[in-house]
Design a binder for this molecule. Structure first.
Ligand code: GLN
Length: 304
């Protein structure tokens, strides 16, 4: 949500609001921890004053929005399952605080591993020496999270962040600016590799968290996801693999020999993605990696 001028409430008012919100959360089967996380973000309280409830004695607390607006958004959390990250307007991801709106997917904790896998791919024994520099692409960047992670990890590389949605690109650009990565990340509007055709054959690596949920499965996801997150970022077509197939087909002409191809996918897609990569013929050293929950979640390959 857009941050307006700071609003002032008394500690007592906010204490009362918090007690009610915690009771609401429990009644609606939402984790009450969300209430305190929201207050850390919008009222600048610290964990200790929340835990000790000492903020109750503060005559004035400055908030990013009025108590009425907070209450209205909280009611949407309860009744419409609006994700709490869209209320706060931010989410933590790796070491960053990333701005989000409903124009972008909320970056997930499991997606953080893509950056570690990119590092591992670029530094393993036998990796081409150019991999930690040159051009990298984040295709379907959304909030810009992956591009930011890559820029931070590969300070000598230029990151090209692509998205089809102009609204998403605006958020990604703002994030890059706020985190001082404007010079290292270039933004492009378009579909997958399309806006990068001038750099064919020159990429050290490509990372993507594409839409990979089968169309019929989208409606079965949690209401927070299906009612509020952009379906453009979720729906991967009939079998969920439409975008992954495109990325497998088109990427070889963009990657340098030895270049890295790295994506996130859904549980159960590992075998077929591995087969598709093999069949395409331009990839070698294909690996499927599990996430921290033990689910096959990532595929890595190298351009022959
Ligand atoms: N991991 C997301 C979810 O669980 C989906 C992200 C995607 O399709 N790339 O909803």
């Amino acid at each position: 949500m857009a941050k307006k001028q700071l609003q002032v409430v008394s500690g007592l008012q906010l204490w009362r609001w918090r007690n009610q919100a915690i009771a609401d959360a429990i009644a609606y089967n939402i984790s009450p921890v969300e209430v305190d996380w929201l207050l850390l973000e919008v009222a600048g309280l610290d964990r200790l004053s929340l835990r000790l409830e000492s903020f109750k004695e503060q005559p004035e607390i400055q908030m990013a929005l009025t108590l009425e607006d907070l209450e209205q958004l909280w009611q949407r959390r309860l009744n419409e399952r609006l994700p709490v990250q869209y209320i706060a307007g931010v989410t933590p991801w790796r070491k960053f605080k990333i701005a989000v709106s409903n124009a972008v997917l909320i970056p997930r904790p499991e997606t953080e591993s893509l950056i570690d896998l990119a590092v591992a791919a670029a530094t393993h024994r036998g990796a081409a020496p150019f991999l930690n520099s040159g051009h990298w692409a984040d295709l379907g960047t959304g909030s810009g999270a992956i591009a930011l992670g890559l820029a931070d990890t590969f300070p000598k590389a230029t990151i090209h962040a692509v998205d089809y949605s102009l609204e998403a690109l605006k958020i990604a650009r703002d994030n890059a600016h706020n985190l001082s990565f404007d010079n290292q990340i270039k933004f492009h509007q378009g579909s997958w590799w399309e806006p990068l055709s001038a750099l064919k054959g020159e990429f050290s690596g490509m990372v993507s968290n594409p839409p990979y949920i089968p169309t019929n499965t989208v409606a079965t996801l949690q209401p927070e996801v299906v009612k509020h997150e952009p379906h453009l970022a979720l729906d991967g077509g009939l079998d969920g693999l439409d975008c992954i197939r495109q990325l497998i087909e088109i990427s070889p002409s963009y990657l340098r020999p030895g270049g890295v191809w790295l994506i996130e996918m859904m549980a159960g897609q590992g075998d077929i993605v591995q087969t598709l990569l093999q069949k395409q013929g331009s990839y070698c050293n294909i690996q499927i990696h599990a996430d921290l929950a033990g689910i096959d979640r990532f595929a890595v390959a190298y351009r022959k």
